[in-house]
Every structure is written in C-alpha cells, then in structure tokens.
Design a protein around this ligand. Structure first.
Ligand code: ADP
Length: 528
C-alpha cells in the first residue's frame, strides 16, 4: 500500500508533498481520487471557517452543517454547500451523529473534519464515519478511546514510561480510601472526573475535612456533565505552568513535535491567553519534552494532529492529558513554524505522508493568542450573547484574526461565547506583546460585552511581561481589579480624543468604543 501511495505523490525541493491527482489509491475501505473532492465540517463558528480555508487552498469543496440558531452564521455562508441538521441545542444538531452522517452521504462528502469540541473526541462518531465509508479526519478511534478516560490514559502513559502527575489510576468512591490515598500523596490534592473536560468537576482539596464534601460535589457534577461519576485523585501542584506540545503523525510511522505552547493564563482552569514558545523553554527542554510527547502519541498508535499536555513545575514535567484533535490555540504554532496544521491533518487523512521531518521544525519568533469572548470579566466572566452592532477587526503586520462573526451577527446563547482568536506574531516576545496591544486597541466590537479589556489588563501586567506566570496568575495578580483601572484609563483617553476633535455625544461614544474600553462600549450601546 505504501508503494501505491508513494507513486501518486512527488517531493519538490523543499520536501513538501505535492499530490498528483487523479490516480486512484486505496485507503482503508475507501477509494479516493488522489485527494478528497469534498469534505463536510461537523462544527460551527471560527473553527469551521478555519478548516474550510484549508480545504479551499487544497481545492476541496466544503459542506457545512448548521443548526436553527446558525442559519445566518458566516461559516454556513462560507461553505460551498450547507445542510440544516436540527434545532439550536447541540444535542439535537451538532451532536446528532445520524444527521451528520446522513448529510455527508447525501452531499457525497468523502471525509468529515470534526473541528474541536462537539464530536471531535467521540469514538462512536469516528467509527460511524468509517462504517459508512467516510474518512474521519482525526486519529483512529482506538487512539481517541485510549485517551478518552483520564484514568486509562494515565495507566497507558505510565506503562509507556511517560512521567505522570503523582496520583492514582483507578476511580474512588469510598471517602475513607480516598483519605488514605490523599494522606499518602500529601495535601493539597485535586479530585478529577475520569471522563472530564473543560475543567468541569475538578475540586482542589487542602485537608481531610474538605475531602468528603468535595468528593460528593465532584461526583454529582461529573454525573450530570458526563454521565459518569468516576473520580480519581492527583497531587495538586501548587505553582505549575501548563505547557503543551503540538504533535503531527502520519499513517507511515512518522511522528514529530511541532512547537510547544504555554497556556498558563487561565480562568476556572480554562485557557484565555496562549503563547508559543513558552517563556521557560530552552532547546534542551523542548527536545526532552517533545520527545516524550512523541513517545506518548506512539504508545497509542496515533495519527493526525494532536496535543500532549503537561504540567511543568520547577524543572519537572508531568503528562496531564492528550487532546486527540486540533486545539483552539493551534494558530500560534502555525505562526511560529509556518506549518498549516489543518492542511496536514487533511493530507494525513487522505493517506499522504507528513510533509515535514523533525529537523524541519524551527521556531521563528513568538506568537500570542487572546481568546476574544462575549463575556463580562467584571461579572465572573458570565457569557454575554447578543447582537454585534459594530464590528471591525484589527490588521497590519503580524496580526491574524480567526473569527466567524460580522456586524449585525447575533451570537447565540446555545454554544461557547468565542468571538474570535486574535493572534499576534513578532520577531520576539516583546514585539508579539506590542503587536497584540496595538491590535487590542484597534479592535471594535459594539453591542455585546467582551473580554478585550481583560486581555489589555493582562498584557500591561509587569509579571506577565517578564514571563513569570503560572496557572494562578489571574487570581494572584488580581487581574479583575486591574480591568477596572484599564477601563477608566481607556475611557478617559477616548473622551479626550473626542473632545479634541470637537465631537458630539454620539461620536464621543463611538470614538470611546474605538479605544475598546469596557465602559465606553456600554456607553456606545446606550447612545446608538
Ligand atoms: P480538563 O480536561 O478538564 O481541561 P485538565 O486535566 O486538562 O482538565 O486540567 C486543566 C487545568 O487544570 C490545567 O491546565 C491546570 O491549570 C489545572 N490542573 C489540572 N490538574 C492539575 C494538578 N494536578 N495540579 C495543579 N493544577 C492542575
């Protein structure tokens, strides 16, 4: 099969893969004409558009699937075809495996890209694709399965010689046994749902007294969120960094690490700002952690793009989990390496070998991503869906905006509140930060509350600028208080600019909004 495949591709001078269509080759149970002709994207928002962009560059037609709430969404308009799959709630649309497979079969899509979230790590979905002769653009379902339960993943990694956070590899229900284990590991500990994700149901426990209520609460959250209340225990590392490695693997035995990413700026264990490389990274550490990431991927027979997450603390690092899909923060890796991860995923799924070797992976400069959400940083980051009345995204050197919104778009309340991923790339960290600050200044979003101001507050913080961060940064630095100060500063700047221009009230509001202030956005909303 390898020979058959190789006879249909040529290597150019830069060793990139150039497909030579349209000879036939055999992949699993599907006959393909060189590359796919049509791909269905089983997702929505910015990630659906991101994947469609890769398809367009590869000359592949795209099919979007959309719910009732996404009738007017940009991704549904961007696609060559769009198929309605059900009512707004995801359970009745984006999580309906039968409807999505039907849409693929009816439109003649040969492959499905699942994006992230929704069905991207669902083994039933991956298997259903294969059973229906459709290629799932992701790893084999056995690899998804191996990482699906955090307990199984820990055991597999332990067996493969990958360092894991001290803890246990079985579920606990009995509080006395839990107490014994906690005593052995040493407080503080963290209780985690085995089926967990998104930081849901995790509980930090400082002492024996806190253990029982924490266990009950963790179990009940896990039961309702994941339908599985298996809880396990890990040592709670007190000042860790979250550092992860992007990996790529093909079906011909090659696995490489692409770049490291620092994702320590989090709220409620959810990432808000990511950067690549990590400020603590050295060539030696990258090679050590990257090789372990490759080892982890190989241990489960991985292919496609994936991410191996680690906790890093005082020179030591431990496997946390592996995400068997494209991550939200993949663009920062693309910016510093020049690798188009979405395209590589598609090529690998079509049976092509990776277009790169490990020695091709060079880090060029620095990239930072801010997740721009419709949420209120001054009200515990509560989501703020609604109509975007004015929208203008930043541009200029080193700026990339991955988004799925436009002026007049209504952010639905049913899904996550991500408006865009704002990425700044510079020759070094200092330039990346300066560009990000400039881009945040240029960004205009009126009509919904956003966390633009939150990002400004983080970027102005001295500790952040020095690179001395860990997962407690937002709390320790009291960034929420800093947001209020930045809001007032920006508002005053906007006002003085407006009065210097002799603007009337309406213009004052608009100009203030242009400086992106939390307060002024509200003002602009009132006036318009
Ligand atoms: P999820 O899959 O629910 O997102 P993860 O296991 O990936 O959960 O952890 C998410 C975040 O929670 C990490 O980035 C880190 O901030 C925190 N965390 C998880 N496990 C630990 C631990 N053992 N010690 C300290 N912090 C942890």
């Amino acid at each position: 099969m390898l020979c058959l495949l190789l006879s249909h591709i040529t290597l150019d001078h830069t060793s990139r893969i150039t497909p030579v269509p349209p000879k036939r080759f055999y992949l699993g149970s599907v006959f393909l004409q060189g590359m796919f002709n049509k791909i269905l994207i089983a997702n929505r928002g910015e990630i659906a558009i991101r994947v469609m962009r890769a398809c367009r560059e590869l000359g592949i037609s795209t099919v979007a699937v959309y719910s009732e709430a996404d009738k007017n969404a940009l991704f549904a308009k961007y696609a060559d075809e769009a198929v309605f799959i059900g009512p707004a709630p995801s359970r009745q649309s984006y999580l309906r495996i039968d409807n999505i497979i039907k849409a693929a079969l009816e439109t003649g899509a040969q492959a499905i890209h699942p994006g992230y979230g929704f069905l991207s790590e669902n083994t039933h979905f991956a298997s259903a694709c294969v059973e229906n002769g459709i290629v799932f653009i992701g790893p084999p379902s056995s690899a998804i399965d191996a990482m699906g339960s955090k307990i199984t993943a820990r055991q597999t990694m332990k067996d493969a010689g990958v360092p894991i956070v001290p803890g246990i590899e079985e579920g606990i229900t009995d509080p006395d046994i839990a107490a014994e284990i906690a005593e052995r590991i040493g407080y503080p500990i963290i209780l985690k749902p085995a089926a967990g994700g998104g930081g849901i149901g995790m509980k930090i426990v400082q002492s024996r007294e806190e253990l029982l209520p924490a266990l009950i609460s963790s179990q009940s959250v896990a039961r309702s969120a994941f339908g599985d209340d298996t809880i396990y225990i890990e040592k709670y590392l007190t000042e860790p960094r979250h550092i992860e490695f992007q990996i790529l693997a093909d079906n011909h035995g090659k696995t490489i690490y692409v770049s490291d990413r620092e994702c320590s700026i989090q709220r409620r264990h959810q990432k808000l700002i990511e950067e690549s490389p990590s400020p603590v990274m050295t060539e030696e550490l990258r090679e050590r952690m990257g090789s372990i990431a490759v080892k982890a991927a190989k241990a489960i027979g991985y292919s496609s793009a994936g991410t191996v997450e680690f906790m890093y603390s005082r020179g030591d690092f431990y496997f946390l989990e592996m995400n068997t899909r494209l991550q939200v923060e993949h663009p920062i890796t693309e910016m510093v390496t020049g690798v188009d991860l979405a395209k590589e995923q598609i090529m690998v799924a079509a049976g092509y070998p990776l277009g790169y070797d490990q020695c091709d992976m060079k880090i060029n400069g620095w990239a930072i991503e801010c997740r721009i959400n419709a949420e209120d940083p001054l009200n515990d980051f509560a989501p703020c869906p609604g109509k975007i009345k004015r929208y203008r995204s930043p541009g200029g050197p080193g700026i990339r905006v991955d988004s799925g919104v436009y002026t007049g778009y209504v952010i639905p309340p049913y899904y996550d509140s991500l408006i865009s991923k704002l990425v700044a790339h510079g020759k070094d960290r200092k330039e990346a930060i300066a560009r990000m600050e400039r881009a945040l200044f240029e960004y205009i979003i009126v009509g919904v509350k956003t966390n633009l101001i939150f990002h400004k507050a983080v970027l102005r913080n001295k500790r952040f600028r020095s690179g001395d961060i860990n997962t407690h940064f937002i709390k320790d630095e009291n960034i929420v208080e800093a947001v209020k100060i930045v809001a007032v500063e920006d508002y005053e700047k906007g006002m003085s600019l407006a009065s210097a221009l002799g603007a009337d009230n309406r213009q004052i509001a608009a100009i203030s909004a242009a400086v992106g202030s939390y307060l002024s956005q509200n003002r602009a909303e009132e006036k318009s």
